[in-house]
Ligand binder design. Structure first.
Ligand code: SF4
Length: 363
C-alpha cells in the first residue's frame, strides 16, 4: 500500500492537485496556440484519451492572446508554458490561463517574478516552478554517480531558491517540477525537494526520446517516485503524438495502483494459441480507450491463449477469457459463465464489463 506524501492542495481550474487528491494526467498540445482550430482539436483528443490538464507553449504575444479563444472552446484547464519573457505570463493570465509555468532557468529577475506572482494572485491561479536540466545554466549530461548527485542537488536547489522568492511575496499556490532525461537524477531531485517543502509535485522527465524509450524511462522515473508516495500530478513526455503520452500516463497510474481502471492480463501467445489473440486484446483495449473513465478500484481482465495458463489466470481475474482451441471459457470472479467463440470474444468481455460502475474520480 502506497503512503502518499502529505502535500498542500492547490486548484488548477476545477481540478485539485495535491492534498491526497486523485493524480491528474497532464499533457501538452504540440501545435502552435495561434492555430486555434488545430489546438482546440488536439485538446479535445487529449481530453477524450483521459487528459485532465493541458498545457500550451506561449512563445510570443500572439500565442498568449490565442489562449483566450482556445479557453472558450475547451473544458479542461489550460496552462501557459512561459520561458524567457515574463510579459508573456502576464498576457497569458490576462487571457484566462488556469496556471502559469515559469522556468527558473530563464526568468530570474526578482521584479519580473514579482509582477507574475502579483497577477497570479489577483486571478487566484497557481504557478508551477518548472526546472529543466536543459535550461539550468550549463548542465552536462551526468555520466557518473557524483555528477548525478550534483545535478539532483542543483535542480532541487534551483527550485527551492525560486520558491523562497515566491513565498516572500506571500504566494503559496505553487507546484514544482524537476525534469531531466536521466532517471536517477530525476528521482533523486524529487526526493530531495519532497523532504523540504509541502508543495504538490508535478512528476515527469524531459527529452526522453521516441515512444518506447520515452515510455520506459518515464514509467521508471515517475513510477519509482509514485511507489514511494511522491507525486501529485504526472506528465509522460515523448517525441510523438501527445495522445500516447496520456495513454502512458494513465497506465503508469494504474500499474502503481494509484488510479482505478481496467488492467489487462494477456499472455504473449505461442505456438499453442489457435486464435488471433493480439487482435482480440487490441480491439478490447481500443474499446476501453474510447471510454476513458476510471473505476473506483481496479478491475482485472484476463485474456489468455490456451489451457496451459489460461484457466488459472482467468479464474483469478474479475473477468476472464481462457481459450482452448478456437473457443474460450468466459469467467466471472472465478466462476465459468459460458463458452464463447473467437468472433464474440470482445463483445462478451465488454458486456461483462458493463456490469461494473465506471465513474470519473477527480475530487
Ligand atoms: S497461455 Fe498458452 S498460448 Fe499463452 S503463452 Fe502460455 S502456453 Fe502459450
Amino acid at each position: 500500500m502506497i503512503k502518499r506524501r502529505t502535500s498542500r492542495k492547490i486548484w488548477v481550474g476545477n481540478i485539485p492537485v495535491g492534498g491526497g487528491s486523485a493524480i491528474p494526467v497532464q499533457s501538452m498540445i504540440k501545435v502552435p496556440a495561434t492555430d486555434v482550430k488545430r489546438a482546440v482539436a488536439q485538446v479535445r483528443e487529449l481530453e477524450a484519451a483521459g487528459c485532465v490538464i493541458v498545457r500550451a507553449a506561449v512563445p510570443d504575444e500572439e500565442s498568449a492572446q490565442a489562449l483566450a479563444e482556445i479557453k472558450k472552446r475547451i473544458k479542461i484547464p489550460l496552462v501557459a508554458d512561459i520561458h524567457f519573457n515574463y510579459r508573456l505570463a502576464l498576457a497569458a493570465i490576462e487571457s484566462g490561463a488556469d496556471k502559469i509555468r515559469l522556468n527558473p532557468g530563464n526568468i530570474r529577475r526578482q521584479e519580473e517574478i514579482k509582477a507574475v506572482v502579483g497577477a497570479a494572485k489577483r486571478r487566484g491561479i497557481p504557478i508551477r516552478v518548472g526546472v529543466n536540466s536543459g535550461s539550468l545554466n550549463t548542465v552536462r549530461r551526468p555520466t557518473s554517480d557524483v555528477r548525478r548527485e550534483n545535478l539532483a542537488h542543483r535542480m532541487a536547489g534551483a527550485a527551492l531558491d525560486y520558491v523562497r522568492i515566491i513565498e516572500k511575496l506571500k504566494f503559496r499556490d505553487i507546484v514544482i517540477s524537476l525534469k531531466t532525461p536521466d532517471i536517477c537524477s530525476t528521482v533523486e531531485s524529487y526526493r530531495l525537494i519532497a523532504g523540504k517543502v509541502d508543495y504538490p509535485l508535478h512528476l515527469g522527465m524531459t527529452a526522453t526520446g521516441p515512444l518506447i524509450p520515452a515510455i520506459v524511462k518515464s514509467s521508471l522515473g515517475i513510477g519509482i517516485l509514485l511507489l514511494e508516495g511522491i507525486g501529485d500530478t504526472i506528465r509522460v513526455s515523448l517525441t510523438g503524438d501527445p495522445v500516447e503520452e496520456v495513454k502512458a500516463g494513465r497506465e503508469v497510474l494504474q500499474a502503481t495502483g494509484l488510479s482505478g481502471g481496467v488492467e489487462i492480463i494477456s499472455c504473449p501467445t505461442c505456438g499453442r494459441c489457435r486464435v488471433n489473440l493480439p487482435r482480440i486484446v487490441h480491439r478490447f483495449q481500443n474499446a476501453l480507450h474510447l471510454t476513458p473513465n476510471t473505476l473506483h478500484g481496479s478491475l482485472r481482465v484476463a485474456i489468455m491463449g490456451c489451457e496451459v495458463n489460461g484457466p488459472g489466470e482467468a479464474k483469478e481475474a474479475d473477468i476472464g477469457l481462457a481459450f482452448g482451441g478456437r473457443n474460450a471459457l468466459l469467467f466471472r470472479k472465478g466462476r465459468i459463465l459460458r463458452k464463447v467463440k473467437e468472433g464474440e470474444a470482445v463483445s462478451a468481455l465488454l458486456s461483462e464489463l458493463s456490469n461494473y460502475p465506471f465513474k470519473r474520480r477527480f475530487s
